[in-house]
Structures are given as C-alpha cells and as structure tokens.
Ligand binder design. Structure first.
Ligand SMILES: Nc1ncnc2c1ncn2[C@@H]1O[C@H](COP(=O)(O)OP(=O)(O)O)[C@@H](O)[C@H]1O
Ligand SMILES: [Mg+2]
Length: 504
C-alpha cells in the first residue's frame, strides 16, 4: 500500500467514521449531489427532479485526514427515489441508440467515488461536486475521484491485494499482473459508466447504476476466459459490494481488464471507410466470424434452451405490443404499421409450422461501437475484439441475463451498419449499397464460422430487426429527433418487404 495508509507516518484521521457518520455525511452532501448527479452523463434520471437520496453504504477507501496532506477517497452507494419519466441518459455521439426502455421507472442505486481535499487544484476544478457547508467534511472540496489520476492509481493499488474493506470486496484473477502506478486517465464520452485507462495496460470500468446480481460484463467475459475464448478481454480483477438488503446478491461494481492499445471501434472504422468511399466487406465478414466464435463459446459455457412454439409466439406477441406502444407515441410509424406487423406474424407462423430456435446467453447490446480492432485503412486490420457485455443497461438484470436467440445480437449489428451508412454525408444509393454489402458479408462470416446462418432463418432475423428498428424510432423521437430518419428508412424497407420470409 502507499504511504498514505501507513499508520505510523500518516496524520490522524478526521473525527469521522464512515459507518457511524454516514447519515451526517449524506445529509451534508445531499444538496450538492442533487445538483451534481443530474449533470452526469451516466445519470439515468434526467428530465425530472431528483426526489431524494438514501445511503446504502459509505466506505473510506483512503482516510480523509485532518491535515489534508493526502486526498481522501470515499466510496458511496446511494439510492435515488423512484420517479416517473425515468429516461436513459441523453445520447451523445453513439452509433446506435443507447439501449433501455424509455419511460421506465426505477429504484436506482448509484456508485459514487468521491475525492476529498482541503483545496482542489485548478486541474481538477471541473470535477468539483461541492463544498459541504456542515457535517464531517465541512469546508472541504468533494469531487469526482476518478478524474484525479492520483486517486485513480490508488484505486488500482487496491486490486493488488484482494480482500474486503467494509461492504466492498476486491478480487483478482489468478495469475493476472496488475501494474504499479501507471498514469491514469478518465475516458471521456461514455454513456452509462466511467472507465479509467491505466497507461497502455489496463482499463477499469466502474459501473454507475448497480443492482444485486453479477453484472453480465463480468459474468460473460469470465465464462469466456474459462472457455479459452480470446475474442474478449479476460477480467484481471473486479470489485463488488454486499447486496443492499439482507438476502440480496452482491452487486458488481467494476471490472479491470487488459487495455488494447492502438485500437479503433467498429463505428470509427466503418464511418472512416464510408468517408473514403471504401468497401467494408472484408472487415464485416471477419466481424461476423468473431461474433459467431463468441456465440459458440457462450453456448458451450453457459446454459442454453430450445424455444418452441409457445415461447416464439410469446416473443411475437411482445413485439406486436411494442409496435402498438411505439405507434401511439410516434405517429410517423402509423402508415407502416400493417407492413411491420407482417414481420411479427411471419415469426408466429414460423412457430406454428414447428419452427424452433436455440436461446443462449448473448452480448445483448451488440453494435459497431462494441467491437475493437487495430486501426488501419479499410476497416482496420487484425482481430476483432468484442467488449461491453453489460447488455441493455436500462433493462433489469434478470432480463439481461435471460437466454435469447443469437439472431437478436445479429439484428443489432445489422442495424448498426445502417446507422453508419445513414449518417454518412453522401448517404444515398451508394451508402445503401455499402450497408447491404456489409450486412451480407457479416452474415456470411457468421455462418462460415459455425454460427447458424442468419439468412437461413429469415423470419427470425426480420422479426428481430423490425423490433429493433421500432425501438430505435421510439428512442430517436424522444431523445435525438435529428436521427429519426435513420430508423425510419429501415422501417420503410422492412414494411415494404413481401410477407413470406423474403428477407432481402
Ligand atoms: N479493453 C479495451 N481496450 C481498449 N479500449 C477499450 C477497452 N474496453 C473499452 N475500451 C474503450 O472504452 C469505451 C467504453 O467501453 P465500454 O465497455 O463499451 O463502456 P460503456 O458501457 O460505457 O459503453 C469503448 O468504446 C472503447 O473505446
Ligand atoms: Mg459500450
């Protein structure tokens, strides 16, 4: 550990015990957090006032010393009061709409890492949460700790020595090397979580909205690592908190994994190719292969189930219901409703004819922004790596962990090719042909690498793609009206398709 925690040399701690004074601490921070939280990208309750906060736990990861010679680090889990109109965060520049059910309410638990210093250096001014006017941290600067490279490095140190600290528990994968004090930087531009990159060796993803149960972004990469699948970075270490109530499962708080230097994500590579009017077929083909490898490994490592008639009919019914709700909210969908319903009716017919499919654990939110590859011309070079197995962050954990048909992931990626092509300045017949070719190449790559050929199950693929496009319309209408034309062009295409499984 660093000198900051040495009992012999360190100054005495503040007259403050996290466990005993948690209530006083939260009271003094509530007003500051109520103003600060809604401004954070990862805060899901935008668009409505914060009803209130309750404290789930507070842990002094590094003591807040009286003389302030070293910054203190507090770990807080706070619960926001549930409210109406609970929306996913406003999308920034993302390849596909941030997932989640718009309008969903929630009793949300947030993870906060707060630094404490007497005075904040100018470089950290942007990270200030506020200065409590009373309570145990009276007059001190409380700030976003992950923005402070020093505190972010000390957090990394904590992973070297697995064990517990109050309600927190730190684990390390056997044999994983954790570097000493590499420079830390907080990544910008994310949606639902915060990630810190350490030098060029590791990246720590800190989940912001947490709930009881293992997060699939730890569960699936661990399962894949055990299965020997190298398409996904293997977790090096992770931390959890005890469940918020008696009998609830631990909550995954963050995952440390190897950083892949020099990579670009699929969205950057695809839009770069579009800007140069370059083909993306080879890149899409190998991305299809990578997806199939990950699906095959997941199907081998975790339970699967066969979906028969009743489950597939239920799926079709749920899709019909989502379309009904979306059409009520977005009148632009109305002219296409009957055409879109044909996609879901074809899925129900497929089920009635004895069609079936295997459900398994999936990525859950697969799109071009969730795959990385060494940067290079024409879609990059080398192996694709798949990241971010969290699933749709706004869906309940139990839903995200449910086995589903692999075609759901494939539909997500296919929609992403459309998104890339539609945002291209020269979008038009050439960009549409680019998207078609990329989509076909992706499906071929998937089938060649042993996945079930998505084009061989046209009813399933079309139903999932239609469902996704309907979701996108609802999302864009609410959050990014300037992007609405992207899913609407897919809606027109899908609604005009002939009924009997003729996908393209
Ligand atoms: N192992 C990694 N190596 C390099 N960059 C990574 C790695 N994991 C994530 N990133 C970068 O961090 C970004 C956000 O990571 P991601 O897991 O997708 O978080 P979020 O849930 O916020 O989308 C990615 O788009 C990518 O740029
Ligand atoms: Mg992501």
């Amino acid at each position: 550990m660093s000198e900051s925690s040495s009992p012999r040399t360190a100054p005495p701690p503040l007259p403050f015990t996290a466990a005993a004074d948690g209530g006083a601490l939260l009271r003094s921070l509530t007003g500051l957090l109520a103003r600060w939280l809604p401004r954070q990208r990862w805060f899901a309750g935008k668009g409505r006032p914060l009803g209130g906060l309750t404290l789930v736990s507070v842990t002094e990861v590094l003591p807040c010393r009286a003389d302030g010679t070293v910054p203190g680090l507090l770990h807080l889990l706070v619960r926001t009061l549930p409210g109406r109109d609970h929306r996913p965060p406003a999308a920034q520049q993302v390849p596909a709409p941030s997932a989640g059910a718009p309008g969903e309410a929630g009793d949300d638990c947030y993870q906060l890492l707060l630094g404490v210093r007497p005075v904040l250096p100018p470089a950290l001014a942007h990270a200030l949460v506020g200065r409590p006017a009373d309570g145990p941290l009276h007059g001190r600067s409380v700030y976003e700790a992950l923005a402070d490279p020093r505190l972010a490095s000390l957090l990394l140190e904590r992973f070297r020595t697995p064990g517990t600290l109050g309600p927190l528990s730190f684990s390390r994968a056997p044999g994983s090397a954790i570097p000493t004090a590499p420079p830390a930087r907080l990544l910008d531009g994310e949606q639902t979580n915060s990630s810190v990159v350490y030098g060029t060796s590791h990246i720590l993803k800190v989940f912001r909205r947490v709930s009881p149960g293992i997060n699939p972004d730890l569960e699936l990469p661990l399962a894949l690592a055990r299965a020997g699948c190298t398409r996904v970075p293997a977790p090096s270490a992770w931390f959890e908190a005890a469940g918020p109530d008696t009998g609830t499962d631990p909550m995954t708080l963050g995952v440390l994994q190897p950083y892949l230097p020099g990579c670009a994500d699929g969205w950057q590579l695809a839009t770069g190719a579009l800007a140069r009017r370059a083909d993306f077929g080879a890149a899409a083909h190998s991305l299809g292969r990578a997806t199939a490898e990950v699906h095959t490994a997941l199907a081998g490592a975790l339970p699967t189930q066969v979906l028969h008639r009743s489950q597939l009919e239920q799926t079709a019914t749920a899709m019909h219901e989502r379309l009904t709700a979306a059409t009520a909210a977005v009148p632009a969908l109305r002219p296409y409703r009957a055409g879109l319903r044909r996609s879901f009716e074809a899925l129900a017919d497929f089920a009635r004819r004895g069609g079936r499919c295997t459900a398994q654990r999936l990525h859950g939110d697969l799109h071009l922004g969730q795959v990385l590859r060494p940067a290079g011309p024409d879609g990059g070079t080398g192996r694709w790596t798949v990241i971010d197995f969290e699933g749709e962050p706004a869906s309940p954990l139990a839903e995200r962990r449910r086995p589903q048909p692999p075609v759901r992931d494939i539909a997500g990626m296919l929609r992403s090719f459309d998104y890339a092509a539609c945002q291209h300045v020269a979008s038009g017949p050439w960009a549409e042909a680019w998207a078609r070719a990329s989509r076909t190449a992706y499906c071929r790559g998937y089938a060649e690498a042993g996945g079930t050929d998505p084009l061989g199950q046209p009813e399933l693929l079309r139903a999932y793609e239609t469902d996704k496009a309907v979701y996108e319309v609802l999302y864009e209408a609410r959050h990014r009206p300037g992007w609405l034309h992207v899913p609407m062009s897919a809606i027109r295409r899908l609604a005009a398709l002939p009924p009997a499984g003729a996908h393209r």
